[in-house]
Write a protein that binds this ligand. Sequence first.
Ligand SMILES: Cc1ncc(COP(=O)(O)O)c(C=O)c1O
Length: 458
Amino acid sequence: MSIKVVLTEDEIPRQWYNLAADLPSPMQPPLGPDGNPVSPDMLAPVFPMNLIEQEVSQERWIDIPEEVLELLYRWRPSPLHRAYALEKALGTPAKIYYKNESVSPAGSHKPNTAIPQAWYNKEFGIERLTTETGAGQWGSALAFAGALVGLEVKVYMVRISFDQKPFRKVMMETWGGKCVPSPSNETQAGRDILAKMPDTPGSLGIAISEAVEAAVTDPTGKTRYALGSVLNHVMLHQTIIGLETKKQLEKIGEKKVDTVIACAGGGSNFAGLAFPFVHDKINGAQIDIIPVEPSSCPTMTRAPFVYDFGDTAQMTPLLPMYSLGHNFIPPPIHAGGLRYHGMAPLVSAAIRENLITPRAIHQLECYQAAILFARTEGIIVAPETSHAVAGAIQEAKKAKEEGKEKVIVFGLSGHGLMDLLGYEKYFAGELHDYALPEEELKKSLDDSLQGLPKPAGV
Ligand SMILES: Cc1ncc(COP(=O)(O)O)c(C=O)c1O
């Protein structure tokens, strides 16, 4: 009986998979403020050119540099587990597997892209990175990567998470990074928001504005910005998750996967696990591929496909994506990393092509699922990850009703040991479900999208 399937270092995939090469219709380009497509040169103040090349690449397979692999070996390949105990508790005939990204030093999948992003920046001669973080997972991951590669890292952390999770800051500092609450007084974007809303809990959109501004206004020209999700090159780096998973399933003779599930905030851990399976689906495989989001921040299930900014201060290009509107201030649910207004253009494109089927689940069902998971499999998952667990449990129950021995694979994107406040509130009965009222959604869209161009075909 294999409970864990492990790969050795020399079995690690040596190339990333780029879904952009295989989409049935090409992606629509990001647009600049004038409504024209953004050229790679226009992104140069924000990102190093080697990552911009990956961002716009149409190559299906992209080599992972040997030095990046050597850094990833600190915890990769990550284990694939069979959730026998959960299956037994559910009495399901389904086989449930989970890919465990919580084993990274920062506790989530985020270092899979933090390491290559830091490495490519260093190669390009950059000395300092700025970024935002919601729940703190991405900021920690980039601080960790900065320590390994030798870059300074400055993190703008969404205020509500900064207050709720003081130990994330300590983690970032331990790896040599600096972390301030956002909105801050250090940037024009932060000062403007604070003048209007001094008590704002902050949002990822605001923190992104601050981090981008800090990078592009650095007079030395040696600072760039790093984004932990949403962009094509981030999805690309994360595909190592799904590529390893496929090798692991092959290793134990599991030939057919029926269902792939992961939570989606900006889309990166979902894309990482799912895109190699989307590749199979494009080539004829029958697989249900399900990104799960919170019902309170229903980007994929209720928002329109539009051109929208990635941040509140409108500093990023316009991206073709599902979006609740860049002015959306999400309700303070405990899955901080799932409170983003947009969805990665690549994930959005896969939804438009009917390759994947999004689902929204309420917070309380997710906590119930996470607690059952902790009491069977043992791992206390991140509140974000609880959405994937809840999705997998829904599918396993369905398999039981249908009497089918389905193979379900889900992404365990991170552990929740730094997020216990959410669990505490759940046990105290202080958490509630929240469905975004239609009027609020409409207001955010009206406020955010007026005058912006529309994607073709919409
Ligand atoms: C553990 C964990 N899972 C999932 C997410 C959501 O991000 P993404 O959709 O980019 O994977 C986050 C973001 O902070 C996270 O920390």
